[in-house]
Design a binder for this molecule. Structure first.
Ligand SMILES: Cc1cc2nc3c(=O)[nH]c(=O)nc-3n(C[C@H](O)[C@H](O)[C@H](O)COP(=O)(O)OP(=O)(O)OC[C@H]3O[C@@H](n4cnc5c(N)ncnc54)[C@H](O)[C@@H]3O)c2cc1C
Length: 332
């Protein structure tokens, strides 16, 4: 098979409702392919995935390679990395991109290792340089630097992309694409780990990456009990709650709410930031917020300087005050 210039995106459809990262990557890949030539192709492994294949085409994929088999109904890291490696060896795409979800974080390194190529983890942007190579842009050195990484010789160029980094294309129901159905190889490896049962529990919330209003809280909220007020505020505003790393580490909220280099990037229309200092590892992920309201006792906190509205006050008092005001408004 001849080497192609195609950009491949491995479909992370199991996370579809929590994170639309595959669609976001397809959008960026479409943009990159305008410079490099080649097609944007998605890859799907699993069972009964036609809906997703159609969705990927509606969001920019020219082709979707599908291996659909009951044997793939339950996800297995060994199987998925074997299949991905096999397809890359056969079709030789120039680039392979995967969402930096838990799925992507475990599949991508295994595939890169088997293909003996490089992998940049957790990219926050992708560009094409003058030589047509993909520049993989990712935070490094604890987030204090943003590194621009290329894969000089080996192919495919591989990267995982942080969810929420790119904006998906508008769904185009008229888009035409090709679905290429491939059989499950006869020589599948014998699995060392066997999953006996798995259950899908859909999230009740839409998630911070997709929310128009995000209420973030930091250590300045003071305690788990006080932090809970942010949930009440979010419920009244139909928003979602995000947090900084110390808050997540203190177990005031689960890891899915972490905003920042080690968590998610968000792009809300309004972001409230309560008691957050504004470390680079956090702020790197809120750059696309349209409007920021920060509440902090310290007027010189970085977060206050980057806010559109900075309120120098106690975070708990302001939070309680807004809750009260909204409730009064609802009663009127
Ligand atoms: C490799 C690495 C990765 C990291 N990844 C992330 C990440 O993904 N996300 C992340 O958030 N962090 C991350 N961090 C941690 C980051 O560097 C900061 O330590 C963290 O963001 C600080 O959180 P904070 O603002 O809640 O706490 P602090 O820095 O302690 O700030 C608390 C703020 O609250 C204010 N305050 C205190 N009391 C009150 C009050 N009563 N009312 C109002 N304001 C008050 C203070 O003035 C202060 O500005 C990472 C660090 C490293 C090294």
């Amino acid at each position: 098979m001849i080497k192609s210039k195609d950009i491949w995106v491995l479909g992370d459809y199991r996370n579809y409702f929590q994170s639309r990262v595959t669609l976001q990557i397809l959008a960026r890949a479409t943009h990159l392919a305008e410079r490099t030539g080649g097609q944007v192709c998605a890859v799907l492994f699993g069972h009964k995935m036609d809906e997703y294949a159609g969705e990927y085409i509606a969001h920019g994929a020219a082709k979707v390679y599908v291996i659909d088999d009951p044997a793939l109904k339950i996800y297995s890291i060994e199987t998925y990395s074997f299949l991905m490696t096999r397809l890359v060896r056969e079709y030789r795409p120039e680039t392979l991109l995967v969402g930096a979800t838990r799925f992507g974080q475990e599949v991508a390194p295994r595939v890169a290792k088997q293909l003996k190529t490089g992998l940049t983890a957790d990219c926050i942007d992708l560009e094409i340089d003058d030589k047509g190579r993909m520049v993989q842009i990712a935070p490094s050195f604890g987030g204090n630097l943003v590194a621009r990484i290329i894969t000089p010789e080996k192919r495919p160029q591989m990267a995982t992309i942080r969810p929420g980094t790119f904006q998906e294309l508008v769904h185009d129901a008229k888009a035409r694409g090709e679905i290429i159905r491939l059989p499950l190889p006869m020589d599948m490896p014998k699995e060392k780990i066997r999953c006996i049962f798995s259950e899908y529990k859909p999230s009740k919330t839409k998630g911070i990456e997709k929310a128009d209003i995000v209420i973030t809280g930091g250590r300045g909220m003071g305690s788990k009990g006080k932090f809970k007020k942010l949930f009440e505020l979010a419920a009244l505003m139909n928003g979602e709650v995000g947090a900084t790393r110390p808050v997540v580490h203190s177990n005031w909220i689960n890891h899915g709410a972490l905003v920042g280099q080690a968590g998610k990037a968000i792009r809300p229309k309004i972001l409230f930031s309560f008691g957050i200092s504004g470390a680079i590892q956090h702020t790197a992920a809120i750059m696309d917020a349209d409007f920021i309201v920060a509440i902090n006792k310290n007027p010189n906190a970085t977060m206050m300087k980057m806010a559109d509205v900075a309120i120098v006050a106690d975070a708990n008092q302001v939070c309680s005050g807004i809750i009260r005001a909204i409730k009064e408004k609802i009663r009127d």
